[in-house]
Design a protein around this ligand. Structure first.
Ligand code: UDP
Length: 335
């Protein structure tokens, strides 16, 4: 951060994953000293482009306490989680274990070691099917799938903990639909079995999948497909740095939506994926996927106002182009 004093230390759980790795890179570039704590169950060692790695599980409280005791971070950023809505409906206990119980372990480790700040990866899925759009942070939390419920519980843990302890503060960032890749193509999404729309569409263009399924065309939206607020991963990474700075000023705990405030339908995304790739890949319309709300668009005034967040990639085409560059790089790498 500055050359005369020691860099601020940050522990990042899930730093080997898609969003975590972009944040680790951004932290490194901003001069922070980073330690990634990751069990590498879905993340990749190669995606950690700054700092050190401890291979560990959030279920291992002793290792968490040891890591925090030795590294002495100013804050922990907590990304490590299970993230698929559809899977959470089929296997809810996995989500409550990984996203709620393991978060509780981490919070207990923070308390034992006196670590006073946390930035938590929450989700727009905590809102469920909101009655009013765009959704503000004050919209009631009514998740409609175990994924959203598991994240809502952890928000509750954080809130209660902060109420009870003046020496603990947190920021929860409620992500809308994160997509895109590092604009310099150093990083991107690299999961063995991706389920998210943009990655599925681009991998279909590459022939990895034979066709893209559109899950539901009878939603109460303009073209019948679901609407989401897609946010570029590099802008989301910046929001984390802004949140860190916010906490470092002594500001109170807070929750922020992370989105751009406008949505695109599944059909919009498919059309843009075809335009960006120049490939007319096969698309089939199928039934609804369980657990999907019709429309989620962020009210994002608060993050602009209180964190001073200034997104740079608010453009669906840029999101798809950076993701496409990354997918082509993966192919070139043989991955
Ligand atoms: N979707 C789709 N086909 C796919 C993957 C996703 O039609 O292969 C739809 C999904 O039903 C939802 C939207 O795309 O309406 C965004 O889904 P995604 O899984 O990318 O993110 P989520 O909103 O579930 O976090």
């Amino acid at each position: 951060m500055n050359s005369s004093s020691q860099a601020t230390r940050i522990v990042v759980t899930g730093g080997a994953g898609y969003i975590g790795s972009h944040v680790v890179l951004a932290l490194g570039e901003a001069g922070y000293d980073v330690l990634t704590y990751d069990n590498l169950s879905t993340g990749n060692r190669d995606a950690i482009l700054s700092g050190e790695l401890v291979v560990g599980d959030l279920a291992d409280k002793d290792l968490l306490v040891k890591t925090l005791t030795e590294f002495k971070p100013a804050a922990v950023m907590h990304f490590a989680a299970s993230i698929e809505v559809g899977e959470s409906v089929v296997d809810p206990l996995k989500y409550y274990r990984n996203n709620s119980v393991n978060a509780l372990n981490l919070l207990e480790a923070l308390r034992v070691t006196g670590t006073g700040q946390m930035i938590f990866s929450s989700t727009a899925a905590v809102y469920g099917n909101p009655a009013q759009l765009p959704v503000t942070e004050n919209t009631p939390l009514q998740p409609i799938n175990p994924y959203g419920a598991s994240k809502m519980m952890t928000e509750r843990f954080l809130d209660d903990l902060a109420q009870a302890n003046a020496d603990f503060r947190y920021v929860a960032l409620r992500y809308f639909n994160v997509a895109g890749a590092d604009p310099e193509t150093r990083l991107g999404q690299d999961y063995a079995n991706p389920t998210h729309l943009i990655t599925r569409a681009l991998k279909t263009a590459l022939g990895v999948f034979s066709r893209l399924q559109v899950f539901g065309t009878d939603y109460p939206t303009q073209d019948g497909t679901c609407i989401r607020d897609y946010i570029h991963v590099a802008d989301l990474a910046q929001a984390h740095l802004d949140a860190l700075r916010y906490l470092s000023t002594g500001a109170q705990s807070a929750v922020f939506n992370c989105g751009y405030g406008h949505g695109f339908s599944v059909r919009d995304v498919v059309a843009m994926a075809k335009e960006v790739t120049g490939i007319d890949f096969p698309v089939v319309e199928t039934g609804r996927r369980e657990g999907d709300p019709a429309e989620l668009v962020a009210g994002c005034e608060k993050i602009h106002r209180e964190l001073g967040w200034q997104p740079r990639f608010d453009d669906l085409k840029v999101i798809l182009r950076t993701a496409w560059d990354w997918e082509k790089k993966l192919v070139a790498r043989g991955g």
